[in-house]
Design a binder for this molecule. Structure first.
Ligand code: FES
Ligand SMILES: [Fe+2]
Length: 378
């Protein structure tokens, strides 16, 4: 009998306690040994500093007055204040309390009386940082691996005439697995019935290939009234999409004309920063009714405008709904959640497998070092 009752199952299970696929996926982390986008380059000007979090690891990211971005553990070695409470001076990040100043290599320079001591060689952990595609990336894991793993290549965004693109950044409540499932699971078209980013949900193929899940969709992309007006479908219907959970990233390619890349930054168990780059082939945009192609600069300006007119309001619906999914998860994690989509199941399987691999292979010495440095909370 279905009877309404009080329901208080306690906190959701840990990864070790989890009993089924969904519970495991919701308790899994993301492997820190990849590059993660944390901010737009344009939002980190000379002299700026921000704190970036990766599953509880706190990092200070700052741009020196030489224009170079550097990353450090966000902790003064003296009394453990957050360095981001201080300020950038030249190419150093300076703690606000006694003024210890940190180079990009983590070395502390002490400005006050040393009371007869030689200046001690004190260092904090450094965090590899790179800039590409207008974004700042950090490598929160083992720095040695930062030299052998790279930021994913997006050739369409390189060179003197990159594809017109729009960056959409938002902070979102919800476990990271929820959004990654959301972006590839087209069964939620109902939520977006006003914007119609896709129409039709036929899955032609869904399979795990190495460390990625590949999905081929038959679905009309950018089917909303406004977007449909501007998209030239004469050479291609833009109704065949390859979408990939390319661990830990997500990207899609619709008929080599409309593409996106998603960088997810899991800040903790229930908060994420998501950075989308949407990009289109310049010749896909036309003048409504007349059909004339538009100049490159105009298409670029239109993509920037799309950010405000369509992309942010559309993704705002996902942000809103994921907050409620997280709430539902926290209250009802022990109840069945019938999952019909093979895409969601495949995403969860990959998330779980990669987290198990990370847990099995992480270097104990590095982990102890990080725990000692207060860098890890998990
Ligand atoms: S606490 Fe940072 S300089 Fe003293
Ligand atoms: Fe969505």
């Amino acid at each position: 009998m279905n009877e309404l009752s009080d329901h208080a199952p306690g906190p959701p299970p840990t990864f070790e306690q989890a009993k089924n696929r969904r519970q495991k996926a919701r308790a899994a982390g993301l492997d820190p040994n990849h590059w993660y986008a944390v901010e737009r380059s344009s939002s980190l000007r000379k002299g700026d500093r921000i704190e970036a979090s990766f599953l509880g690891r706190k990092m200070a990211v700052f741009r020196g007055h030489d224009g170079i971005v550097r990353g450090l553990e966000n902790r003064c070695a003296h009394r453990h204040l957050k360095l981001t409470e201080g300020a950038v001076e030249g190419c150093r990040l300076v703690c606000p309390y006694h003024g210890w100043a940190y180079d990009g290599d983590g070395k502390a320079h002490i400005p006050h009386d040393l009371f007869g001591h030689r200046e001690p060689n004190i260092r904090i952990a450094t965090v590899p940082v790179k800039e590409r595609y207008g974004l700042v990336f950090v490598f929160p894991g083992d720095p040695e691996l930062a030299t052998v793993r790279d930021i994913p290549s997006i050739p369409e965004l390189e060179g003197p005439r990159p594809w017109p693109h729009a960056i959409v950044l938002f902070d979102c409540v919800g476990h990271h697995s929820m959004l990654l499932e959301n972006v590839s699971d087209f069964t939620h078209g109902f939520l977006h019935r006003k914007f119609k980013p896709f129409e039709g949900t036929e899955v032609l193929r869904c399979e795990e290939v190495g460390d990625r899940v590949e999905i081929e969709y038959k679905s009309k992309i950018a089917a909303g009234r406004l977007q449909n007006l501007f998209i030239d479908r004469s050479a291609s219907d833009c109704d065949h999409m390859l979408a990939c959970f390319d661990y830990p990233y997500h990207w899609s390619n619709t008929d080599d004309r409309i593409k996106h890349f998603l960088f997810t930054l899991p800040q903790d168990d229930s908060h994420n920063r998501h950075i989308f780059i949407f990009y289109v082939r310049p010749d896909i945009i036309r003048l409504p009714f007349l059909g004339a192609k538009l100049p490159y600069r105009l298409v670029s300006a239109m993509m920037k405008a799309q950010r405000y007119m369509t992309l942010q309001p559309l993704l705002g619906q996902d942000v809103w709904v994921l907050r409620h999914e997280q709430e539902g998860w926290e209250h009802h994690w022990d109840r069945p959640a019938p999952e019909l989509s093979p895409v969601v199941r495949a995403f969860q399987d990959l998330t779980i497998r990669k987290w198990e691999e990370y847990l099995a292979n992480r270097k104990p010495a590095r982990r102890e070092h990080l725990v000692a440095a207060g860098e890890l909370t998990r």
